[in-house]
Design a protein around this ligand. Sequence first.
Ligand SMILES: C[S@@+](CC[C@H](N)C(=O)[O-])C[C@H]1O[C@@H](n2cnc3c(N)ncnc32)[C@H](O)[C@@H]1O
Length: 338
Amino acid sequence: MAVAEAELVKTGQDDLFQLAKGFYTTKALLALWRMGLIERAAKGDLEVDEIAAEQSSDPNLLRPIFDYLVVRGFLERPEPGVYRLTERGANAVPYCGYLSTMVGAYEPVFSHLEDVVRGRLVYGKDVLRSHEEMVRGLTALEDRLMGTVAEVVRGAGASKMMDLGCGSARMLTRICALQDGLQGVGVDRDPNSCAVARETVKDRGLEDRVTILQADAIDVANLPRDVVGGVDMVTVMFLLHETLRQRGRGGTVRLMREIGALVGKNGRLVMVEVSGNPDPKYRENLLFVPEYELLHEYTNQRLAPRPEWEAMVAEAGMSVEQMAPVDMCQAFCLVAKP
Ligand SMILES: C[S@@+](CC[C@H](N)C(=O)[O-])C[C@H]1O[C@@H](n2cnc3c(N)ncnc32)[C@H](O)[C@@H]1O
């Protein structure tokens, strides 16, 4: 009895410390990511004195976080004051956008989760995720989607593409830049995202081909005709699970139907989404869906499983033409035609 109890306590303690280690390691990596030091480490050594001088910070404040990540296997210290990514660290670099999309962007909500759960803080009124960090994370991950979506747009022979919930508009502008003459319209309801999107368009010299509209995607049928006329391709990347909660299933199907009407019978809807999985039997083996679902529950969004998305597309009077692979866990790219 006593032995069993002792074992139980030990197991429970190990378990909790394991979780705490994950938390501290994540926070340390997130801090470096936000400071731009992970990309920098991917290009060369991190020299504490040099970084401290550039950032007008104290080297003694930088060293502990680097040393901690040495202990956790992400950095090594070839000589005093110099840090370098280990193989483990280097392997994590292409995925660091997830630090923002899974953790950093939702910190304002999760650092007060008990108040959100008790209803003392209401998402959208008292707390909001960080749009800026969400967009930054997705931007860092865009290469994982880019090939698939660009290929679909090219294959469909689109002449004018509209990206609903365009965020930073990096995807939209990259695709337009790849295809001569392809016109673009980016729509986002968040003013900060629109400001970033306009900067992106300007930086890429695409002002003559790409327009950014600040509007609610749900009002797609009422967007100015002079801007959206001729759109024959609509992309929605990680937006529809937001409208699913904002406007419900009926509102989302209506939006899809209106997209179908806008693009016409030769046009296409391309949606990229993460498939939720309602079956508890599979959930714990999925790389990120349980956590991703949890954060959506408290931030006015709802993930749906892939068959439900397919059913909604059908209800909206469209057929699924293609299901293209996306290099992102549990994400899919669905191409539908009216
Ligand atoms: C998860 S982000 C995806 C951004 C971008 N599509 C990407 O893949 O990088 C969702 C974006 O949709 C915008 N959004 C959410 N609801 C919207 C709505 N009803 N109308 C327009 N934009 C919306 C948010 O402001 C945010 O920029």
